[in-house]
Design a protein around this ligand. Structure first.
Ligand code: NZQ
Ligand code: ZN
Length: 388
Protein backbone atom coordinates (compact mmCIF):
# COMPACT_ATOMS: atom_id res chain seq x y z
CA UNK A 1 0.00 0.00 0.00
CA UNK A 2 1.23 3.50 -0.80
CA UNK A 3 1.78 5.76 2.26
CA UNK A 4 -0.33 8.75 3.16
CA UNK A 5 0.56 11.76 1.00
CA UNK A 6 2.39 14.70 2.55
CA UNK A 7 0.14 17.69 3.04
CA UNK A 8 -0.19 21.23 4.32
CA UNK A 9 -3.51 21.97 5.95
CA UNK A 10 -4.35 25.62 6.35
CA UNK A 11 -7.91 26.86 6.54
CA UNK A 12 -8.20 30.49 7.59
CA UNK A 13 -12.02 30.82 7.52
CA UNK A 14 -13.63 31.68 10.86
CA UNK A 15 -16.98 29.96 11.36
CA UNK A 16 -19.97 31.35 13.25
CA UNK A 17 -22.39 28.47 13.68
CA UNK A 18 -25.90 28.45 15.08
CA UNK A 19 -29.18 30.28 15.47
CA UNK A 20 -29.01 34.09 15.35
CA UNK A 21 -25.34 34.18 14.44
CA UNK A 22 -25.64 36.56 11.47
CA UNK A 23 -25.45 39.49 13.88
CA UNK A 24 -21.94 38.47 14.90
CA UNK A 25 -20.44 39.27 11.50
CA UNK A 26 -20.05 42.99 12.15
CA UNK A 27 -17.11 42.37 14.47
CA UNK A 28 -15.23 40.83 11.54
CA UNK A 29 -15.50 43.74 9.13
CA UNK A 30 -13.45 46.91 9.70
CA UNK A 31 -15.79 49.77 10.61
CA UNK A 32 -14.74 52.05 7.76
CA UNK A 33 -15.35 49.38 5.08
CA UNK A 34 -17.44 49.98 2.00
CA UNK A 35 -19.34 46.70 1.84
CA UNK A 36 -21.11 45.09 -1.10
CA UNK A 37 -23.78 42.56 -0.08
CA UNK A 38 -24.39 40.05 -2.85
CA UNK A 39 -27.32 37.68 -3.24
CA UNK A 40 -29.23 35.58 -5.76
CA UNK A 41 -32.84 35.65 -6.87
CA UNK A 42 -34.89 36.46 -3.80
CA UNK A 43 -34.79 33.54 -1.41
CA UNK A 44 -32.46 35.35 1.00
CA UNK A 45 -34.90 38.23 1.19
CA UNK A 46 -37.84 35.89 1.76
CA UNK A 47 -36.24 33.92 4.57
CA UNK A 48 -35.04 36.99 6.42
CA UNK A 49 -31.31 36.45 5.91
CA UNK A 50 -30.84 39.73 4.05
CA UNK A 51 -32.73 41.70 6.71
CA UNK A 52 -30.52 40.22 9.39
CA UNK A 53 -27.41 41.07 7.41
CA UNK A 54 -28.66 44.62 6.93
CA UNK A 55 -29.26 44.96 10.67
CA UNK A 56 -25.85 43.49 11.46
CA UNK A 57 -24.19 46.00 9.13
CA UNK A 58 -25.99 49.12 10.33
CA UNK A 59 -23.61 52.05 10.24
CA UNK A 60 -21.59 50.59 7.37
CA UNK A 61 -21.51 52.07 3.89
CA UNK A 62 -23.43 49.32 2.08
CA UNK A 63 -24.15 48.59 -1.60
CA UNK A 64 -26.47 45.76 -2.72
CA UNK A 65 -25.89 43.51 -5.70
CA UNK A 66 -28.53 40.86 -6.42
CA UNK A 67 -29.29 38.56 -9.31
CA UNK A 68 -26.38 36.11 -9.13
CA UNK A 69 -27.97 33.08 -10.75
CA UNK A 70 -27.45 29.34 -10.13
CA UNK A 71 -24.21 28.35 -11.88
CA UNK A 72 -23.03 31.95 -11.63
CA UNK A 73 -22.52 33.59 -14.96
CA UNK A 74 -19.40 35.51 -15.83
CA UNK A 75 -21.37 38.33 -17.49
CA UNK A 76 -23.46 38.91 -14.35
CA UNK A 77 -20.33 38.96 -12.23
CA UNK A 78 -18.74 41.55 -14.51
CA UNK A 79 -21.70 43.85 -13.86
CA UNK A 80 -21.18 43.45 -10.13
CA UNK A 81 -17.47 44.04 -10.56
CA UNK A 82 -18.17 47.30 -12.41
CA UNK A 83 -20.52 48.58 -9.70
CA UNK A 84 -18.08 47.59 -6.97
CA UNK A 85 -15.27 49.50 -8.66
CA UNK A 86 -17.46 52.60 -9.07
CA UNK A 87 -18.38 52.51 -5.40
CA UNK A 88 -14.86 51.74 -4.27
CA UNK A 89 -16.02 48.61 -2.46
CA UNK A 90 -13.41 46.95 -0.26
CA UNK A 91 -15.37 44.12 1.45
CA UNK A 92 -17.87 41.64 0.01
CA UNK A 93 -20.53 39.71 1.91
CA UNK A 94 -22.24 36.88 -0.01
CA UNK A 95 -25.67 35.72 1.15
CA UNK A 96 -26.89 32.54 -0.51
CA UNK A 97 -25.87 29.12 -1.77
CA UNK A 98 -22.75 28.00 -3.58
CA UNK A 99 -23.54 30.06 -6.64
CA UNK A 100 -23.71 33.38 -4.83
CA UNK A 101 -20.62 32.58 -2.76
CA UNK A 102 -18.61 31.36 -5.77
CA UNK A 103 -19.68 34.34 -7.87
CA UNK A 104 -18.71 36.72 -5.08
CA UNK A 105 -15.30 35.09 -4.70
CA UNK A 106 -14.70 35.60 -8.41
CA UNK A 107 -15.72 39.25 -8.13
CA UNK A 108 -13.35 39.61 -5.18
CA UNK A 109 -10.49 38.66 -7.48
CA UNK A 110 -11.81 40.60 -10.48
CA UNK A 111 -12.36 43.95 -8.73
CA UNK A 112 -8.66 44.68 -8.02
CA UNK A 113 -7.43 42.98 -11.22
CA UNK A 114 -6.19 45.30 -13.96
CA UNK A 115 -6.22 42.76 -16.83
CA UNK A 116 -9.15 41.15 -18.64
CA UNK A 117 -11.14 39.32 -15.93
CA UNK A 118 -11.54 36.13 -17.98
CA UNK A 119 -7.78 35.63 -17.53
CA UNK A 120 -8.53 34.89 -13.89
CA UNK A 121 -10.25 31.69 -15.02
CA UNK A 122 -7.09 30.41 -16.73
CA UNK A 123 -4.66 27.94 -15.18
CA UNK A 124 -7.29 26.86 -12.64
CA UNK A 125 -7.06 30.23 -10.92
CA UNK A 126 -3.43 29.81 -9.94
CA UNK A 127 -2.52 33.19 -11.48
CA UNK A 128 -4.76 35.13 -9.08
CA UNK A 129 -2.54 37.37 -6.97
CA UNK A 130 -5.00 39.29 -4.86
CA UNK A 131 -8.65 39.31 -3.85
CA UNK A 132 -10.83 41.53 -1.69
CA UNK A 133 -11.97 40.00 1.60
CA UNK A 134 -15.21 37.99 1.41
CA UNK A 135 -17.63 36.90 4.12
CA UNK A 136 -20.25 34.24 3.44
CA UNK A 137 -23.71 33.75 4.91
CA UNK A 138 -24.87 30.30 3.84
CA UNK A 139 -28.51 29.60 3.00
CA UNK A 140 -27.98 26.30 1.14
CA UNK A 141 -25.57 23.75 2.56
CA UNK A 142 -23.97 21.92 -0.36
CA UNK A 143 -20.92 23.41 -2.05
CA UNK A 144 -18.66 23.93 0.96
CA UNK A 145 -17.64 27.16 -0.80
CA UNK A 146 -18.04 29.11 2.45
CA UNK A 147 -14.91 27.46 3.86
CA UNK A 148 -12.81 26.66 0.81
CA UNK A 149 -10.74 28.41 -1.81
CA UNK A 150 -12.69 27.30 -4.91
CA UNK A 151 -15.14 29.04 -7.20
CA UNK A 152 -16.96 27.50 -10.15
CA UNK A 153 -17.85 30.02 -12.85
CA UNK A 154 -19.88 29.57 -16.05
CA UNK A 155 -19.54 31.36 -19.40
CA UNK A 156 -22.55 30.16 -21.31
CA UNK A 157 -21.59 32.04 -24.49
CA UNK A 158 -18.47 29.93 -24.63
CA UNK A 159 -20.13 26.75 -23.32
CA UNK A 160 -17.77 26.47 -20.37
CA UNK A 161 -18.09 25.95 -16.66
CA UNK A 162 -14.75 26.14 -14.98
CA UNK A 163 -13.34 25.61 -11.48
CA UNK A 164 -10.71 27.92 -10.05
CA UNK A 165 -8.83 27.53 -6.80
CA UNK A 166 -6.60 30.04 -5.06
CA UNK A 167 -5.73 30.57 -1.40
CA UNK A 168 -6.74 34.23 -1.67
CA UNK A 169 -10.34 33.06 -2.22
CA UNK A 170 -10.96 31.57 1.23
CA UNK A 171 -13.77 33.57 2.84
CA UNK A 172 -12.61 35.46 5.93
CA UNK A 173 -15.66 34.25 7.81
CA UNK A 174 -18.67 32.01 7.24
CA UNK A 175 -21.99 32.31 9.04
CA UNK A 176 -23.91 29.05 9.28
CA UNK A 177 -27.38 29.58 10.75
CA UNK A 178 -29.33 26.36 10.15
CA UNK A 179 -32.68 28.16 10.53
CA UNK A 180 -31.91 29.98 7.28
CA UNK A 181 -32.20 26.65 5.45
CA UNK A 182 -35.78 25.92 6.59
CA UNK A 183 -37.16 27.55 3.44
CA UNK A 184 -35.23 25.32 1.03
CA UNK A 185 -37.50 23.57 -1.44
CA UNK A 186 -37.19 19.75 -1.35
CA UNK A 187 -35.28 19.85 -4.63
CA UNK A 188 -32.52 22.02 -3.17
CA UNK A 189 -32.43 20.09 0.10
CA UNK A 190 -31.91 16.91 -1.91
CA UNK A 191 -29.32 18.59 -4.10
CA UNK A 192 -27.37 19.71 -1.05
CA UNK A 193 -27.30 16.27 0.53
CA UNK A 194 -26.24 14.53 -2.67
CA UNK A 195 -23.63 17.14 -3.61
CA UNK A 196 -22.10 16.81 -0.15
CA UNK A 197 -22.22 13.00 -0.37
CA UNK A 198 -20.35 13.11 -3.66
CA UNK A 199 -17.78 15.60 -2.36
CA UNK A 200 -16.98 13.04 0.31
CA UNK A 201 -16.88 10.19 -2.21
CA UNK A 202 -14.57 12.10 -4.58
CA UNK A 203 -12.04 12.30 -1.73
CA UNK A 204 -12.68 8.85 -0.22
CA UNK A 205 -13.43 6.42 -3.04
CA UNK A 206 -9.97 6.23 -4.57
CA UNK A 207 -7.22 3.87 -3.37
CA UNK A 208 -6.00 3.24 0.18
CA UNK A 209 -3.03 5.15 1.59
CA UNK A 210 -3.48 4.21 5.22
CA UNK A 211 -5.42 7.41 5.93
CA UNK A 212 -7.47 5.99 8.79
CA UNK A 213 -8.36 9.44 10.14
CA UNK A 214 -9.52 10.70 6.75
CA UNK A 215 -11.46 7.48 6.08
CA UNK A 216 -13.28 7.50 9.40
CA UNK A 217 -14.09 11.21 9.12
CA UNK A 218 -15.42 10.67 5.59
CA UNK A 219 -17.44 7.64 6.65
CA UNK A 220 -18.87 9.59 9.58
CA UNK A 221 -20.07 12.32 7.22
CA UNK A 222 -21.61 9.75 4.85
CA UNK A 223 -23.52 8.16 7.73
CA UNK A 224 -24.84 11.54 8.85
CA UNK A 225 -26.02 12.33 5.33
CA UNK A 226 -27.77 8.97 5.00
CA UNK A 227 -29.42 9.31 8.43
CA UNK A 228 -30.34 12.99 8.41
CA UNK A 229 -30.90 13.69 4.71
CA UNK A 230 -34.29 11.99 4.40
CA UNK A 231 -35.45 13.61 7.67
CA UNK A 232 -34.86 17.06 6.17
CA UNK A 233 -37.39 16.22 3.45
CA UNK A 234 -40.09 15.25 5.94
CA UNK A 235 -39.17 17.71 8.72
CA UNK A 236 -37.73 20.77 6.99
CA UNK A 237 -37.85 22.84 10.19
CA UNK A 238 -36.09 20.39 12.44
CA UNK A 239 -33.13 22.37 13.79
CA UNK A 240 -30.92 19.40 14.64
CA UNK A 241 -31.37 17.84 11.22
CA UNK A 242 -30.60 21.09 9.41
CA UNK A 243 -27.66 21.84 11.70
CA UNK A 244 -26.05 18.47 11.06
CA UNK A 245 -26.53 18.70 7.31
CA UNK A 246 -25.08 22.19 7.29
CA UNK A 247 -21.96 21.27 9.24
CA UNK A 248 -21.52 18.12 7.15
CA UNK A 249 -21.60 20.15 3.93
CA UNK A 250 -18.95 22.54 5.20
CA UNK A 251 -16.67 19.79 6.50
CA UNK A 252 -17.19 17.79 3.31
CA UNK A 253 -15.19 20.25 1.25
CA UNK A 254 -13.07 22.43 3.51
CA UNK A 255 -9.86 20.49 2.90
CA UNK A 256 -9.98 18.39 6.05
CA UNK A 257 -11.03 14.97 4.74
CA UNK A 258 -9.05 15.40 1.51
CA UNK A 259 -5.72 16.21 3.18
CA UNK A 260 -3.15 13.51 2.59
CA UNK A 261 -5.35 11.27 0.45
CA UNK A 262 -5.73 10.92 -3.34
CA UNK A 263 -8.73 12.68 -4.88
CA UNK A 264 -10.83 11.83 -7.91
CA UNK A 265 -13.23 14.62 -9.13
CA UNK A 266 -14.11 12.83 -12.38
CA UNK A 267 -17.87 13.00 -11.78
CA UNK A 268 -17.65 16.70 -11.03
CA UNK A 269 -15.65 17.44 -14.16
CA UNK A 270 -17.96 15.52 -16.50
CA UNK A 271 -20.92 17.02 -14.63
CA UNK A 272 -19.89 20.57 -15.54
CA UNK A 273 -20.34 19.74 -19.23
CA UNK A 274 -23.80 18.33 -18.53
CA UNK A 275 -24.83 21.52 -16.75
CA UNK A 276 -23.50 23.65 -19.59
CA UNK A 277 -25.20 21.57 -22.27
CA UNK A 278 -28.50 20.66 -20.63
CA UNK A 279 -28.89 23.07 -17.71
CA UNK A 280 -28.98 20.21 -15.19
CA UNK A 281 -28.60 21.16 -11.52
CA UNK A 282 -25.04 20.49 -10.39
CA UNK A 283 -26.12 17.78 -7.92
CA UNK A 284 -28.27 16.04 -10.56
CA UNK A 285 -25.28 15.63 -12.83
CA UNK A 286 -23.58 13.82 -9.95
CA UNK A 287 -26.53 11.61 -8.98
CA UNK A 288 -26.70 10.39 -12.58
CA UNK A 289 -22.95 10.00 -13.14
CA UNK A 290 -21.71 8.53 -9.88
CA UNK A 291 -23.48 5.13 -9.89
CA UNK A 292 -22.47 4.57 -13.52
CA UNK A 293 -18.94 5.73 -12.83
CA UNK A 294 -18.53 3.38 -9.89
CA UNK A 295 -19.71 0.51 -12.08
CA UNK A 296 -17.22 1.26 -14.83
CA UNK A 297 -14.33 1.97 -12.43
CA UNK A 298 -15.08 -0.71 -9.81
CA UNK A 299 -11.79 -2.55 -10.39
CA UNK A 300 -9.60 0.53 -9.92
CA UNK A 301 -11.52 1.43 -6.77
CA UNK A 302 -11.93 -2.13 -5.55
CA UNK A 303 -10.41 -1.82 -2.08
CA UNK A 304 -12.26 1.35 -1.10
CA UNK A 305 -15.50 0.23 -2.73
CA UNK A 306 -15.49 -2.95 -0.62
CA UNK A 307 -14.69 -0.91 2.48
CA UNK A 308 -17.56 1.46 1.61
CA UNK A 309 -19.91 -1.49 1.07
CA UNK A 310 -19.14 -2.86 4.51
CA UNK A 311 -18.77 0.29 6.60
CA UNK A 312 -21.47 2.44 5.03
CA UNK A 313 -24.07 -0.01 3.77
CA UNK A 314 -23.26 -2.99 6.00
CA UNK A 315 -22.96 -5.26 2.97
CA UNK A 316 -20.85 -8.18 4.17
CA UNK A 317 -22.14 -11.28 2.40
CA UNK A 318 -21.71 -12.46 -1.17
CA UNK A 319 -18.69 -12.42 -3.45
CA UNK A 320 -16.57 -9.26 -3.73
CA UNK A 321 -18.22 -8.52 -7.08
CA UNK A 322 -21.68 -8.89 -5.57
CA UNK A 323 -20.82 -6.67 -2.60
CA UNK A 324 -19.51 -3.90 -4.83
CA UNK A 325 -22.59 -4.16 -7.03
CA UNK A 326 -24.85 -4.01 -3.97
CA UNK A 327 -23.08 -0.91 -2.60
CA UNK A 328 -23.51 0.88 -5.93
CA UNK A 329 -27.16 -0.15 -6.02
CA UNK A 330 -27.74 1.21 -2.50
CA UNK A 331 -26.02 4.47 -3.44
CA UNK A 332 -28.35 4.85 -6.41
CA UNK A 333 -31.40 4.14 -4.24
CA UNK A 334 -30.24 6.72 -1.70
CA UNK A 335 -29.83 9.43 -4.35
CA UNK A 336 -33.29 8.56 -5.67
CA UNK A 337 -34.77 8.71 -2.17
CA UNK A 338 -33.48 12.30 -1.91
CA UNK A 339 -35.53 13.10 -5.01
CA UNK A 340 -32.67 13.19 -7.51
CA UNK A 341 -32.50 11.53 -10.93
CA UNK A 342 -30.12 8.61 -11.32
CA UNK A 343 -30.39 8.19 -15.09
CA UNK A 344 -30.66 10.63 -17.97
CA UNK A 345 -34.13 9.21 -18.63
CA UNK A 346 -35.22 10.63 -15.22
CA UNK A 347 -34.06 14.11 -16.27
CA UNK A 348 -35.87 16.53 -18.49
CA UNK A 349 -33.34 16.07 -21.31
CA UNK A 350 -34.86 14.74 -24.53
CA UNK A 351 -31.69 13.67 -26.36
CA UNK A 352 -28.35 13.22 -24.70
CA UNK A 353 -25.62 13.67 -27.28
CA UNK A 354 -22.73 11.60 -25.92
CA UNK A 355 -20.47 12.40 -28.89
CA UNK A 356 -20.88 16.08 -28.18
CA UNK A 357 -20.15 15.69 -24.46
CA UNK A 358 -16.99 13.76 -25.28
CA UNK A 359 -15.94 16.42 -27.80
CA UNK A 360 -16.40 19.13 -25.19
CA UNK A 361 -14.40 17.21 -22.59
CA UNK A 362 -11.63 16.79 -25.14
CA UNK A 363 -11.68 20.47 -26.09
CA UNK A 364 -11.42 21.38 -22.42
CA UNK A 365 -8.42 19.12 -21.97
CA UNK A 366 -10.25 16.62 -19.77
CA UNK A 367 -8.67 13.57 -21.33
CA UNK A 368 -7.09 11.85 -18.31
CA UNK A 369 -9.17 12.26 -15.20
CA UNK A 370 -9.31 10.55 -11.82
CA UNK A 371 -6.96 9.75 -8.98
CA UNK A 372 -4.67 7.81 -11.34
CA UNK A 373 -5.21 10.02 -14.42
CA UNK A 374 -6.43 6.86 -16.14
CA UNK A 375 -10.02 7.80 -16.88
CA UNK A 376 -9.78 8.16 -20.64
CA UNK A 377 -12.34 9.60 -23.02
CA UNK A 378 -13.21 6.03 -23.96
CA UNK A 379 -13.99 5.24 -20.34
CA UNK A 380 -16.00 8.46 -20.01
CA UNK A 381 -18.04 7.36 -23.02
CA UNK A 382 -18.78 4.03 -21.29
CA UNK A 383 -19.85 5.87 -18.15
CA UNK A 384 -22.16 8.16 -20.12
CA UNK A 385 -23.67 5.22 -22.00
CA UNK A 386 -24.49 3.55 -18.69
CA UNK A 387 -26.32 6.72 -17.59
CA UNK A 388 -28.90 6.47 -20.37
O1 NZQ B 1 -31.10 32.58 -6.16
P1 NZQ B 1 -31.86 32.39 -4.89
O2 NZQ B 1 -33.11 33.13 -4.84
O3 NZQ B 1 -31.01 32.60 -3.69
O4 NZQ B 1 -32.35 30.83 -4.88
C1 NZQ B 1 -31.45 29.76 -4.79
C2 NZQ B 1 -31.26 29.05 -6.12
O5 NZQ B 1 -32.40 29.19 -6.94
C3 NZQ B 1 -32.10 28.70 -3.95
N1 NZQ B 1 -31.88 28.87 -2.50
C4 NZQ B 1 -30.69 29.05 -1.86
N2 NZQ B 1 -30.91 29.13 -0.54
C5 NZQ B 1 -32.26 29.03 -0.35
C6 NZQ B 1 -32.87 28.87 -1.60
N3 NZQ B 1 -34.20 28.75 -1.74
C7 NZQ B 1 -34.95 28.76 -0.61
N4 NZQ B 1 -34.42 28.89 0.64
C8 NZQ B 1 -33.08 29.01 0.80
N5 NZQ B 1 -32.57 29.07 2.04
O6 NZQ B 1 -31.48 27.50 -4.36
C9 NZQ B 1 -31.18 27.60 -5.75
C10 NZQ B 1 -29.81 26.99 -6.03
O7 NZQ B 1 -28.81 27.76 -5.42
P2 NZQ B 1 -27.27 27.50 -5.75
O8 NZQ B 1 -26.48 28.48 -4.96
O9 NZQ B 1 -27.08 27.45 -7.22
O10 NZQ B 1 -27.05 26.01 -5.18
P3 NZQ B 1 -25.78 25.31 -4.63
O11 NZQ B 1 -25.45 25.77 -3.26
O12 NZQ B 1 -26.06 23.88 -4.84
O13 NZQ B 1 -24.60 25.80 -5.55
C11 NZQ B 1 -24.36 25.25 -6.82
C12 NZQ B 1 -23.12 25.87 -7.41
O14 NZQ B 1 -21.99 25.57 -6.58
C13 NZQ B 1 -20.95 25.05 -7.40
C14 NZQ B 1 -21.71 24.31 -8.46
O15 NZQ B 1 -20.92 23.99 -9.57
C15 NZQ B 1 -22.82 25.29 -8.79
O16 NZQ B 1 -22.37 26.27 -9.67
N6 NZQ B 1 -20.02 24.28 -6.58
C16 NZQ B 1 -19.09 24.96 -5.90
C17 NZQ B 1 -18.11 24.32 -5.19
C18 NZQ B 1 -17.08 25.06 -4.46
N7 NZQ B 1 -17.02 26.38 -4.56
O17 NZQ B 1 -16.24 24.46 -3.78
C19 NZQ B 1 -18.00 22.87 -5.16
C20 NZQ B 1 -19.22 22.16 -5.66
O18 NZQ B 1 -18.83 20.90 -6.16
C21 NZQ B 1 -19.98 22.85 -6.68
O19 NZQ B 1 -19.40 22.53 -7.93
ZN1 ZN C 1 -20.20 19.46 -6.04
Amino acid sequence: MKPMLNFIFHNPTKVFFGRDTIRQMAGEIPKDSRVMITFGGGSARQNGALDEVQTALQGYDVTWFGGIEPNPEYETLLKGTGIAREKNINYLVAVGGGSVIDGTKFMAAAIPFSGAPFLLLDNKGSDIRRALPVGAVVTLPASGSEMNSRAIISRRNFMVKRAIMNSSLFPRFAVLDPTKTYTLPARQTGNGVVDTFVHVLEQYMTYPVGGAVQDRLAEGLLHVLIEEGPKALTHPENYDVRANLMWAATLGLNGLIGAGVPQDWTAHRIGYELTVLYGLDHACTLSVLVPAMLQVRAQGKRHKLLQYAERIWHVVSGSEEERMEEAIHKTRIFFGSMGLPTRFSDCDVPNVDIDRIIRMLEEHGMVNLGENNDVTLEMMRKILELCL
